[in-house]
Design a protein around this ligand. Structure first.
Ligand SMILES: [Zn+2]
Length: 132
């Protein structure tokens, strides 16, 4: 997650006393698909701007790429979209002292969700305990 994105959330949470932050991924995400293609060596000569997207999604993908899902591109895309949301939730919860304090003191909630472009349904992830 880019520092500017974390900063935007910090601003909203501290200035407007926002109580809920939703990190929403979506199906058929081009950023995720581009990253997968890049890591699988299926693309060349990527633009610098596209590369900056790939570099942000990459950590979420790499763990999955070598985790047995190589066979099904569809399954890998789905899993990566979710892993990327979870990583961003985790980053917001722990990558900012300000947000970490608000979570503890005011009960600020940071949750993940996925929007389905096919059905229009938003599915909220279970609020699993933190890993880090
Ligand atoms: Zn997307």
């Amino acid at each position: 997650m880019a520092p500017s994105q974390v900063g935007s959330v910090e601003f909203a949470a501290s200035r407007f006393e926002t109580q809920l932050v939703v990190v929403m991924g979506h199906t058929q995400c081009g950023a995720v698909i581009a990253t997968l293609e890049e890591l699988q060596g299926r693309t060349k000569n990527q633009s610098r701007n596209l590369r900056s997207i790939v570099d942000r999604v990459r950590p979420s993908v790499e763990t999955l790429l070598y985790g047995g899902l190589e066979g099904s591109h569809e399954a890998l895309v789905r899993a990566t979209i979710r892993a990327n949301v979870r990583a961003s939730v985790n980053h917001l919860r722990h990558g900012s002292e300000l947000l970490e304090r608000l979570i503890q003191e005011t009960g600020l909630l940071v949750v993940g969700a996925e929007y389905s472009l096919e059905t229009g349904v938003v599915e909220f992830f279970e609020n699993v305990p933190d890993v880090g």
